[in-house]
Design a protein around this ligand. Structure first.
Ligand code: AMP
Ligand code: ZN
Length: 119
């Protein structure tokens, strides 16, 4: 359970960070939280989210972009520790692109062949 900067009471992922909704933790530090996706689309499918409510990639600015760099460092570390070399990182931005939770998140998918382009 952690505090969320700019906590939004109507945000599912803010509630997950706070421990108000249970999740399967993969990794956590002071700045981000990673947990298994509840509806996995690959044998490995987890999400990495900042502990600050940022709506999407479209709300990344010079003031918060260091968090995004940190998240990618974490993705590299966690996949490395899992022994995963081949994986895909996805962030859907906006409903047309498939974003359903309005708190910035990076999907990490691995463990099967991936197709391109995505649908
Ligand atoms: P997106 O559709 O790109 O916004 O991704 C949101 C993701 O959150 C989806 O892959 C959902 O399966 C996942 N999700 C929704 N609710 C939960 C939850 N309670 N715990 C873990 N993952 C969730
Ligand atoms: Zn949030």
């Amino acid at each position: 359970m952690s505090d969320v900067l700019n906590y939004q009471s109507d945000c599912l992922f803010c509630k997950i960070i706070k421990g108000e909704i249970p999740s399967a933790k993969v990794y956590e530090d002071d700045f981000c939280y990673a947990f298994k996706d509840i509806d996995p689309q690959a044998p490995v499918h987890f999400l990495v989210i900042p502990k600050t409510h940022i709506a999407s990639c479209g709300a990344v600015t010079k003031h918060n972009s260091a968090l995004v760099g940190h998240i990618f460092e974490v993705i590299s570390k966690v996949t490395g520790e899992m022994g995963i070399t081949d994986f895909r990182v996805v962030s859907n931005c906006g409903p047309q692109a498939g974003q359903s939770v309005l708190h910035l998140h990076f999907h990490v998918l691995a463990g099967r062949d991936m197709t391109w382009p995505p649908g």
